[in-house]
Design a protein around this ligand. Structure first.
Ligand SMILES: Cc1ncc(COP(=O)(O)O)c(C=O)c1O
Length: 431
């Protein structure tokens, strides 16, 4: 929708967009050459915003309603019932029979909790940097005072288990206390094979713990905390669990629990021990995020109704259609090994010289669609399509339509027809 009267803020946006477009020689929506302030932002978008970033994801109305119930007394019996229900119920999503600690925190808080509970200052940890989130976790570990050994990669692949195996095999003094792996690297859309990494670790006979960041995979892609021999699985509420941001999770193995008793990191808020005691009777040592826990109960109910394995199948099927569209456009998918491509998101590279952030701005302003930004070394070079959470075929194809129209408006060279390819893909297959 065009509006000829732009507010001062809009003028600024118009100017910025026109400058970006002028730099790239892109005609804007009015067909100008980009030299004047001609782009006009729609004042009011109609319909629902398309939130297609790889988390936070769309929160279903059922969960919104659950979160919007009156806040209850977190020391009363109603809360204890709720807490016991979610603390037990969430184990099914992690596929664990052990404890899951729930913090009122973002995923990063839960990443920190995993480290400060299992390790001690100056312990050595090993990680493979496959994208911005593995880089950030390593940086967090460094700031805590851990001795972080990073194996670098070019951010186009998942973790190669052989790299972990040879690093552990070379550590004859068994100084490495933990291996940190991001399951679904949300910056690149590459998924690491945790069972293969576990087997590689076991082949060396090294006792290091396996700490896995499943912030963006839990509830969207298969993850088996117990069967895969993970010591701590870290996650958050705002991705596959379809909740607003605000809950952080640590699923904890017996080995990690034993390590926590020896940990010499100073901690209070993040202490598992302080949590696990009160949790047994349905309480928390401090004020929990009561309303989000009500939302979690609803989310677990929804996942159970659909069936966890069906949730994974739906994600795989929609992801395949999204990748088919990207391939048809002739754009490059960042994750180079098709077997490692994520069912949660697709990171798309724009051709050299095209600004992915300017493209995303056009898509947002014209079509009310939010796409994920390129992160870290992919900033401005890539955009990310989030296809996880409460998502169906029409939400996905609507998203792909917005992208295809945006590519045209942004003057990005591409082959039209990606949306048609995705539709053909979706109608041809049963999920
Ligand atoms: C894989 C991964 N790890 C960690 C984080 C950090 O989580 P948060 O932003 O909730 O702190 C994210 C967030 O997107 C993520 O995708």
């Amino acid at each position: 929708m065009m509006n000829s009267k732009a507010e001062p803020d809009d003028e600024l946006l118009c100017l910025n967009l026109s400058r970006v477009q002028a730099r790239q020689g892109i005609p804007n929506a009015r067909g100008d050459d980009g030299s004047g302030v001609r782009w006009v932002k729609p004042m009011h978008h109609k319909g629902r915003h398309f939130l297609q970033i790889p988390g936070p994801t769309n929160v279903p109305d059922r969960i919104l309603r659950a979160v919007a119930q009156p806040t209850i007394d977190h020391r009363g019996p109603e809360f204890a019932t709720l807490a016991r229900e979610v603390l037990t119920g969430v184990r099914a999503v992690f596929k664990t029979s052990g404890p899951v600690v729930i913090f009122p925190s973002s995923g990063t808080g839960a990443c920190e909790a995993a480290l400060v509970n299992t390790l001690s200052p100056v312990d050595k940890v090993l990680t493979v940097e496959i994208g911005e989130f593995s880089r950030l976790w390593a940086e967090l570990a460094r700031r805590l005072g851990l001795d972080v050994h990073v194996i670098d990669t070019d951010w186009t692949r998942a973790v190669d288990p052989a790299l972990v195996e040879s690093a552990l095999a070379a550590d004859t003094g068994q100084k490495i206390k933990a291996v940190m792996v991001v399951h679904n690297e949300t910056a690149t859309g590459c998924v690491s094979a945790i069972p293969e990494i576990r087997k590689a670790m076991d082949r060396t006979g090294h006792p290091a713990m396996l700490l896995v960041d499943a912030v963006s995979s839990l509830g969207a892609m298969d993850l088996r905390h117990d069967e895969w021999g993970i010591d701590v699985t870290v996650s958050g509420s705002q991705k596959g669990l379809m909740l607003p941001p605000g809950l952080g999770f640590n699923a904890v193995s017996q080995k990690a629990l034993a390590a926590s008793r020896l940990s010499r990191f100073g901690k209070s808020y993040w202490s598992w021990e302080s949590m696990l005691g009160p949790n047994q009777t349905g309480f928390f040592p401090f004020t929990p995020a009561t309303n989000l826990l009500s939302g979690l109960r609803e989310a677990l109910q929804m996942i159970q109704e659909e069936g966890l394995e069906n949730v994974f199948r739906r994600h795989a099927y929609l992801a395949e259609a999204a990748r088919a569209a990207v391939r048809a456009w002739g754009l490059r998918i960042r994750c180079e090994n098709p077997a490692e491509c994520s069912d949660v998101l697709t990171t798309v590279m724009l051709p050299e010289g095209h600004d992915a952030d300017a493209f995303r701005t056009i898509v947002l302003e014209r079509f009310n669609l939010s796409l994920g930004a390129g992160l870290g070394r992919l900033k401005g070079r890539a955009f990310r399509i989030g296809h996880l959470g409460d998502l169906n075929e029409l939400m996905l194809t609507g998203t792909l339509c917005g992208i295809e129209m945006g590519l045209q408006l942004a003057g990005v060279p591409f082959s039209p027809g990606g949306v048609n390819t995705a539709m053909a893909n979706l109608t041809a297959r049963q999920h």
